[in-house]
Ligand binder design. Structure first.
Ligand SMILES: *Cc1c(COP(=O)(O)O)cnc(C)c1O
Length: 366
């Protein structure tokens, strides 16, 4: 029988694997697998979300005016140059859709965010992996992989799943040495978790340069992952190209309202940042204190730790043991991290429970 054939590059995509919420036997346990906010969502955002229950027959504002104006006011931007998406994931895909195609090259780091490879392959582009430097971003390796076919460089800062941070001077050096025809996409999904006043300079580059797109999300520190709202900032020309291929009503009314309220609740954001910093440090210390077990955490600036298992206890056994103990983490064999678990920073009780379970598992492995 005849059947339509998907484009060959579509069949090369390894589908995105989301964080799990249940165990193998279907038990609902503590979810530390998707970097969601341990403190939930701001009450103001919840109330704004609920207010959208009226007039469900109406389409949302297709031009995302509320979100553009609120983000522009908060960060000193031109609202006309703010793009918005169904999660920042949509904006990452829009960038590939508008700026890359069959045969073009798209660079990202090894141990980078898995969506970049999918976004590149989806448009028929060739994914190019730049090696890391002990799990951190190596700007020289990225620059070393630029060719005349390079169209996009994707870089998350802080990076997921490693949690590593590329300092401002390195981001500036990366940008300064990229050809002006290459779009630099700086993914700031975790930028709000950096210390107050710390900043990689991405938004300033996006304001001034013709080839920088910064993406941000309401899914992480704002605790609105369910509503799928992201935004981005770039030159008017880049944003105009992205709008051409965006779906007409890509962000919902409830999401727009909740996002604007979340942006206004800086007390919630500050609380989330402080909670995260405290328990990230605590968990990293607990892991360091496991001693000679071959277990170590990569220093993280985000809301998770990448924990490597290089001794008797394997990451797979730790993953299963933690699941047995009631905690789902992210084991990433599909990203060449079969020896690593990414653990989201949760509540105090979650972190104490995870640390205790890890200590027990490491002890049992001898
Ligand atoms: C979570 C995450 C995003 C955000 O995804 P949304 O689509 O906005 O929910 C983007 N980039 C990275 C690196 C992430 O970890």
């Amino acid at each position: 029988m005849l059947a339509p054939a998907p484009k060959p590059w579509i069949m090369e995509i390894a589908p995105y694997v989301p964080g799990r919420a249940t165990t193998d036997d279907g038990r609902r346990v503590v979810k530390l697998s998707s970097n969601e906010n341990a403190l939930g969502t701001s009450e103001a955002a919840r109330a704004a979300f609920a207010s959208a229950a009226d007039n469900l027959e109406r389409y949302p504002d297709a031009s995302g005016t509320m979100v553009r104006e609120a983000t522009a006011a908060k960060y000193g931007l031109d609202p006309a140059r703010v793009i918005y998406g169904n999660g920042s994931d949509e904006i990452l895909h829009l960038a590939a859709g508008a700026f890359a195609g069959p045969g073009d090259e798209v660079i990202f780091v090894r141990y980078g965010f898995s969506v970049y490879e999918i976004a590149a392959r989806r448009v028929g582009a060739v994914p190019v992996v730049a090696p890391d430097k002990d799990y951190a971003t190596d700007v020289d390796a990225i620059l070393g992989h630029v060719t005349e076919r390079t169209r996009i460089v994707y870089l998350a800062n802080p990076n997921n799943p490693t949690g590593t941070y590329t300092p401002r001077a390195e981001i500036a050096r990366l940008h300064a040495n990229l050809p002006g025809t290459v779009l630099l996409v700086l993914d700031h999904a975790y930028a709000e978790y950096l210390d107050i006043g710390e900043d990689d300079g991405g938004l300033e580059l996006a304001k001034a340069a013709a080839n920088v797109l910064v993406t941000r999300t309401f899914s992480k520190i704002h605790g609105l992952a369910a509503e799928r709202i992201g935004w981005g900032y770039a030159s008017a020309a880049i944003v105009e190209a992205l709008h051409r291929i965006r779906l007409p009503f890509n962000i919902t009314i409830a999401g727009q309202r909740a996002a604007v309220a979340a942006l206004g609740d800086s007390a919630f954001v500050d609380r989330s940042r402080a909670h995260n910093a405290k328990w990230r440090t605590w968990l990293a210390e607990q892991i360091a204190s496991l001693g000679n077990t071959g277990i170590r955490a990569i220093p993280s600036r985000a809301n998770f730790l990448l924990v490597l298992f290089e001794g008797r206890l394997t990451a797979e056994a730790a993953y299963k043991g933690l699941m047995e103990a009631g905690y789902i983490t992210r084991w990433l064999p599909g990203q060449q991290l079969g020896h690593g678990l990414r653990i989201t920073i949760g509540t105090e009780a979650d972190m104490r429970g995870v640390a205790e379970a890890l200590r027990r598992l490491a002890g049992q492995a001898g």
